[in-house]
Design a protein around this ligand. Structure first.
Ligand code: M6R
Length: 611
C-alpha cells in the first residue's frame, strides 16, 4: 500500500509535494522519492531515500529549487528489496518518462523480457520500472497517448502519476484497482492516493474509478476511459479532518482494516491461482520447489494471532496436502529440542517479520540446517531477509495493534500453500480445481460477510458489552477461531475471554457457565456441526447465553442459540476466514462502547521485538 502524490499548477515548489507526501506516510514507509521538471535545467530531477520521509527531506538542498509538475511516492515494497534503486520514481532509458506507482504489475516478467530484447536497460528489481519503459516505447510527443498504449498491455493493479520531460505541461494519472483522486485547488491540481495528502490545499476532490485516465495541465483537466471516451465525474467536498482522512473516514484504523479485508484477500490471491489447472503459483517458493517435493513433515512457528493462523493451516495441510504438520508457539519452540531432519520444513508466520521469538526460532532452524519458509506482510523485514523462501501477504500496512486483515490474509496464503503442496503430492486435479475455485471466491464472500454482519455485530456489542466474561468455542478448523475471537476481545476491550475446543467443555470450562457467562459458538455447517451443536445444548441446559456464528440457511441453530450471526457458505477449510470477521467486529465495538481506544490497547505494542 504505497502513497502517491502528483502536482501541476501555479506553484513551482517541489517541497509542496514532500509536505503532501508526509500525510501519506501512514500508508507505508520503507522508502520515498520524488521527481520534478526543473524549470531552469529543463530536465527532470530526482531524489530518493531509504527509510522514513524525513530521510528524503534531509536530502533536499538548502537553496530553493524550482520545478513543476512533480510526483512523489512513499513505498511499501512488494517486488524488490528496500533499496534506493527500487524506491520510486522510476524512469525510462532516455530519462524522459518518470512515474510513481501503487499496485502490482502481474505480467511484468513477460513485459520486461520483451523490453530487454528490444534494447531497454533496467536498473531496479521492481515491477514498476517496466511501465516507464513501456511508456517510452510508445512515446511520440504526447504523454497521454503513450500511457494509453502502454497500459493496454498491462495486467495488474495500479494507481499511477506520470510526467515527461519532453511533454512537461502535463501530469497523467491512471487507475485500476488502487485508490487515486484529483484534488482541485486554486489554479492547481493534485493527484493523490487519498484526501489526506491534499486537505491542506483543497477540500474539493474527484475520485477516479477503475479504467480512468486523467490528463491534467496547469489550466484544466479531463478524464477519459482507455478507449478515449470522456468520463464525467462528481466533485466531492471533503469535510474530514486530516486524521479522519487517513483512516478513510472510519473512526479507527482497526475498523478500517477489518473493512479492507475483501481488498487484502484479493491482494493476497492476485496472480497466484491457476484455476483451470487446479494449481497455486507461488513465485517466492520457486527456488525451493524441488526441495519441497521431498518434505514429509511441517512445523508452523509463530506468535499470537499469527500462531492461530498456523493452527488453522495445520488442519488444512494435513487434510488436503496429506503432510503431518505441527504448530508451535515461537516462544516455546526456541526452548524445546526440536527434532529437525532433511524431510522437515518449518513455516514462520509473522505480520511484522520482526517478532523476536519468531526470528530467534527461525535462526535456530537455520542453524540446524533446516529448510525455512515464511509468510510475512512487511517486505524487507528481518524474517524475510533470513528465511530460505517465502510468500508475502501484500495486505498493506496494519496499523491497529489487533491483527485483523493480516490474519485473514495469512489464512488465504495457507490455503494457497495447501493447494501448492497438495498438488505436488496426491491431490487430484479435480480437487485442485475445486479448491482453487473456492479460494478465488474469498474476496467476494468476505465483502458479503462484512456487509451482512457489520450492523448486527454492533447491535450484539450493545447488548453484551457489559458482561465481564465470555467463552468462545469451536471445533476443528474453527477451534483456532474460538481462540482468536477470545484473543481479540481481551486484547482491545479488556474483557476476560476464554477460547476452547468445543469438545473440551465438559472437561472443565462447563463449570463456569451460568446466565452471566455468555458463549460464542462458532458452528458453521461442516463435518463437526452436530458435535458442536450438542455442546451448545449442554450450555443451554445450564442457562448460558449463546451467540452462534452459523452458515446461512441453518434454521435449526435458532432452537438453541439466543442470537445467530450468519456467514455465507464456503468450503469447510475456508470457513475460518469468514467466521472471524463478525468476531473482530464484535470485539471492536465492545472496546469502543467500554470507552477504550481499540487501535492502541494498553500494555501492548504492534511489534514485539523483545523476548
Ligand atoms: O508481527 P507478528 O505477526 O509476528 O505478531 C505476532 C503477535 O504479536 C500478534 O499477532 C499479536 O498477537 C496481535 N496483537 C494480536 O492481535
Amino acid at each position: 500500500m504505497c502513497g502517491i502524490v502528483g502536482y501541476i499548477g501555479r506553484q513551482d515548489n517541489p517541497r509542496l509535494g514532500l509536505e503532501a507526501l508526509k500525510r501519506l506516510e501512514y500508508r507505508g514507509y520503507d522508502s520515498a522519492g520524488g521527481a520534478w521538471f526543473d524549470l531552469g535545467k529543463r530536465k527532470v530531477s530526482v531524489l530518493k531515500a531509504v527509510g522514513k520521509i524525513k530521510r528524503l527531506e534531509d536530502k533536499f538542498p538548502d537553496y530553493k529549487i524550482s520545478g513543476r509538475p512533480f510526483i512523489f511516492h512513499t513505498r511499501w515494497a512488494t517486488h524488490g528489496g528496500v533499496t534506493e534503486k527500487n524506491a520510486h520514481p522510476h524512469w525510462d532509458c532516455q530519462k524522459n518518462v518518470f512515474l510513481v506507482h501503487n499496485g502490482i504489475i502481474e505480467n511484468f516478467k513477460d513485459l520486461k523480457e520483451n523490453l530487454i530484447k528490444e534494447g531497454h536497460r533496467f536498473v531496479s528489481e521492481t515491477d514498476t520500472e517496466v511501465l516507464a519503459h513501456l511508456v517510452e516505447k510508445f512515446f511520440q510527443g504526447r504523454l497521454e497517448e503513450a500511457v494509453r498504449k502502454a497500459l493496454s498491455l498491462v495486467r495488474g493493479t495500479y494507481a499511477l502519476a506520470i510526467i515527461a520531460a519532453k511533454d512537461p505541461e502535463k501530469l497523467v494519472l491512471a487507475r485500476n484497482s488502487a485508490p487515486l483522486l484529483i484534488g482541485l485547488g486554486q489554479d492547481e491540481f493534485f493527484g493523490a492516493s487519498d484526501p489526506s495528502a491534499v486537505l491542506a490545499h483543497t477540500k474539493k476532490v474527484v475520485y477516479l474509478d477503475d479504467g480512468d485516465m486523467a490528463v491534467l495541465t496547469p489550466a484544466n483537466f479531463y478524464i477519459q476511459d482507455f478507449k478515449k471516451n470522456r468520463v464525467d465525474k462528481v466533485i466531492h467536498e471533503i469535510d474530514w479532518t486530516l486524521q479522519e482522512a487517513q483512516k478513510g473516514g472510519y473512526p479507527h484504523f482497526m475498523l478500517k482494516e477489518i473493512m479492507e479485508q475483501p481488498e487484502s484477500l484479493a491482494n493476497a490471491l492476485r496472480g497466484r491461482l491457476i484455476t483451470e489447472q487446479g494449481l497455486a503459483k507461488l513465485g517466492g517458493l520457486e527456488l525451493v520447489e524441488d526441495k519441497l517435493r521431498q518434505v514429509e513433515r511441517l512445523n508452523i512457528i509463530a506468535c499470537g494471532t499469527a500462531y492461530l493462523a498456523g493452527m488453522v493451516g495445520e488442519y488444512m495441510l494435513e487434510e488436503y496436502a496429506g503432510i503431518p504438520t505441527e504448530t508451535d508457539l515461537a516462544s516455546e519452540f526456541r526452548y524445546r529440542k526440536p527434532i529437525l531432519d532433511k524431510k522437515t520444513a518449518s513455516i514462520f508466520i509473522s505480520q511484522s517479520g520482526e517478532t523476536l521469538d519468531t526470528l530467534v526460532a527461525l535462526r535456530e532452524v537455520k542453524r540446524k540446517g533446516g529448510l525455512s519458509l515464511a509468510i510475512v506482510n512487511v517486505v524487507g523485514s528481518s524474517v524475510t531477509r533470513e528465511t530460505s523462501a517465502g510468500i508475502y501477504n501484500h495486505a498493506g500496512p496494519e496499523i491497529g495493534v489487533a491483527s485483523t486483515k493480516a490474519f485473514t490474509s495469512q489464512l488465504a496464503l495457507l490455503a494457497l500453500l495447501t493447494l501448492f503442496l497438495g498438488r505436488q503430492r496426491q491431490m487430484s486435479f479435480v480437487m485442485g480445481q475445486r479448491l482453487a475455485r473456492e479460494i478465488s471466491k474469498l474476496p467476494a464472500l468476505a465483502a458479503e460477510t462484512l456487509k451482512k454482519t457489520s450492523k448486527q455485530a454492533k447491535k450484539l456489542a450493545k447488548k453484551y458489552h457489559k458482561f465481564n466474561n465470555f467463552l468462545y468455542m469451536g471445533r476443528k478448523y474453527n477451534y483456532p477461531i474460538a481462540l482468536e475471537g477470545a484473543l481479540k476481545l481481551k486484547e482491545i476491550s479488556y474483557i476476560h475471554a476464554e477460547g476452547y475446543g468445543a469438545g473440551e467443555m465438559k472437561h472443565g470450562p462447563l463449570a463456569l457457565i451460568d446466565k452471566n457467562f455468555p458463549t460464542f459458538a462458532i458452528c458453521p455447517t461442516d463435518s463437526v456441526y452436530e458435535k458442536t451443536f450438542s455442546n451448545m445444548q449442554e450450555i443451554k441446559a445450564r442457562k448460558g447465553k449463546i451467540i452462534a456464528v452459523a452458515t446461512e440457511g441453518d434454521k435449526e441453530i435458532k432452537s438453541v442459540a439466543d442470537d445467530v450471526i450468519y456467514i455465507p457458505r464456503t468450503l469447510e477449510m475456508l470457513t475460518p476466514i469468514l467466521a472471524v470477521m463478525p468476531l473482530q467486529l464484535f470485539a471492536y465495538h465492545c472496546s469502543v462502547l467500554r470507552g477504550h481506544d481499540p487501535d492502541y490497547p494498553r500494555s501492548l505494542a504492534k511489534s514485539v521485538t523483545v523476548e
